[in-house]
Design a binder for this molecule. Structure first.
Ligand SMILES: [Zn+2]
Length: 345
């Protein structure tokens, strides 16, 4: 069971380190009502969790789509502390949240942030990079090569038009995303996989896309048995499939790959949702959802049933209670319908 820490004071740190937080995983320290950052105040709890017996930490976002209530805090991020610096995985959905993540890192270690590995270029994972560039000495940002399309502003890149998404977030997430918010491009890109070592810890980064997005990357820290899966694994909400670049076939292959890592993994930190301890179990929810939507839509395409009718008549009861169902399910189904249609020609 992971422990959780809120390390604003060294004494508290010692107390917490010697006291398992137990199943609740909640910080015992009171959270201030609101923490100011150079990018606006963050009023949500921002609990730092730690993997047991490892210098690996993570933050869990709220389920649902980014809005003013959740302040854009919908995705997960994490970091690994080594003797020569910190490696961060993903940067959260606003510069303010990126800054909060940086504050949490500073509570744990004085080591410089050397690298930010990005799971994929979607707004909810990258806007926080701005805070790292401006307040953490501009660490190297590493991502898969295909994320460059997003930064380049191609209208069909990464399943979302970067400029249009930024405009939408400036509305939906103001004041945390405003006219000063910008997209930080990767400094280093890789194609199939890459690895590096820092402070004696080996980091393996692998391209698992195109799945959820063209540039999906996962980070394996074998020494601690930890996998940061990005959005290849979605927990606690309906996954987002509704983009022209989503490749459900390849996504399923990626999930199989992760399930196959079983023996090497103690923990999986997904792109959304809670920490998972079982690789097979972790992939199940995402895989079953994709398989179900594909099954329903494939049958509709095969029987020449128009989408509207197929969607209306489908049984969504096992998913409609999940967060993001209203926001994502219909679009997902339509996207898969189109995919199945294209496959049928
Ligand atoms: Zn995401």
């Amino acid at each position: 069971m992971p422990i959780c820490v809120d390390r604003r004071w060294p004494v508290l740190l010692l107390v917490l380190l010697s006291t398992a937080c137990g199943a609740a995983e909640e910080s015992t320290a009171p959270e201030p009502a609101s923490v100011s950052t150079p990018y606006g105040a963050v009023s949500l709890p921002f609990v730092l969790h730690q993997i047991p017996d490892a210098p690996v930490y993570y933050i869990v976002g709220k389920s649902g789509v980014p809005d003013a209530v959740n302040e854009g805090h919908t995705s997960n991020a994490g970091f690994v502390v080594t003797e020569e610096g910190v490696v961060v995985f993903d940067a959260l959905g606003t510069p303010a949240l990126g800054y909060r993540l940086l504050q949490r890192i500073r509570e744990v270690t004085d080591q410089p942030v050397r690298m930010v590995v990005v799971s994929h270029y979607h707004a909810d994972h990258i806007y926080g990079l701005q805070a790292f560039r401006e307040h953490a000495g501009a660490p190297t940002v590493l991502a898969q090569r295909r994320t460059l399309d997003y930064v380049g502003g191609s209208t069909v890149s990464q399943g979302e038009d970067a400029e249009r998404r930024l405009a939408q977030r400036r509305e939906a997430l103001f004041p945390w995303v405003d006219e000063h918010t910008y997209i930080v491009a990767p400094d280093r890109v890789f194609d199939r996989e890459t690895s590096f070592e820092l402070g004696g810890v080996r980091f393996q980064v692998k391209h698992l896309g195109p799945a959820h997005a063209p540039g999906d990357a996962i980070l394996l820290v074998e020494e601690y048995g930890v996998l940061f899966s990005g959005d290849v694994i979605y927990g606690g909400r309906v996954p987002f499939l509704d983009s022209p670049d989503t490749d459900s076939e390849h996504w399923l292959e990626g999930l199989e790959y992760i399930a196959g890592l079983k023996g090497q993994l103690r923990y999986i930190i997904p792109g959304h949702g809670e920490l998972a301890e079982d690789a097979q179990q972790a992939v199940t929810a995402t895989r079953d959802y994709i398989l179900y939507v594909r099954e329903v839509m494939a049958a509709a395409v095969r029987d020449l049933v128009p989408f509207e009718e197929a969607y209306r008549d489908a049984d969504w009861s096992r998913y409609q209670h999940l967060p993001a169902f209203d926001a994502s399910n219909r679009g997902n189904a339509y996207r898969i319908y189109l995919e199945e249609e294209a496959r049928s020609f």
